[in-house]
Design a protein. Structure first.
Length: 117
């Protein structure tokens, strides 16, 4: 299993970024996918999740209305569109895959997002 995030970077407050997570080594369309983030000195937190076929989505309250999760099962890729970014969104963003609630999670290496004020 391999998950490779990309698209992070430095952006000004109010700006946008689109994160991508390319998956390989497993049947992508059978796995729920999630984005997590971890800011310095804080615990890792769930940002957004999407079901295996994309019909079910959930978001942290802090990003609702600003972030959008989507997936392309033909490309084995999950995305996180981040708009109206705030300095408090600064964190390392991780992609995660899990087949079911009873299964282990797989993680990518993370991509840094920095939002300047």
């Amino acid at each position: 299993v391999q998950l490779v995030e990309s698209g992070g970077g430095l952006v000004q407050s109010g700006g946008s970024l689109r994160l991508s997570c390319a998956a390989s080594g497993f049947t992508f369309s059978s796995y729920a996918m999630s984005w997590y983030r971890q800011a310095p000195g804080k615990e890792r937190e769930l940002v957004a999740g999407i079901g295996s076929v994309g019909g079910s989505k959930n978001y942290a309250d802090s990003v609702k209305g600003r972030f959008t999760i989507s997936r392309d099962n033909a490309k084995n890729t999950v995305y996180l569109q981040m708009d109206s970014l705030k300095p408090e969104d600064t964190a390392v963003y991780y992609c995660s895959a899990r087949r079911s609630v009873m299964s282990r999670s797989y993680w990518g290496q993370g991509t840094q997002v920095t939002v300047s004020s």
